[in-house]
Design a protein around this ligand. Structure first.
Ligand SMILES: [Zn+2]
Length: 74
């Protein structure tokens, strides 16, 4: 997580628990949610000096990648 990839700051904060995002008519991580009507959760990380934001998919969402027909290994 540290240092920040943009400004190299050590002041990087991670939200303590996974959050869900289902806004703007879409999903941040489509088809990786725990159920048909629930969205996948992720963990936001923010640099307090430059504002750079990163997202990390939850373990639960990552575990679905290998067996998903919608995601391909690149
Ligand atoms: Zn930064």
């Amino acid at each position: 997580m540290k240092p920040c990839l943009v400004c190299k700051s050590e002041n990087v904060y991670q939200y303590k628990k996974p959050v869900e995002f289902g806004g703007f008519g879409g999903e941040l991580l489509p088809e990786l949610g725990p159920g048909m009507f629930s969205v996948a959760s992720f963990i936001p990380v923010i640099c307090s000096d430059c504002g750079h934001i990163r997202f990390f998919a939850s373990k639960e969402a990552r575990d679905k990648l290998a067996d998903s027909d919608s995601w391909k290994l690149v």
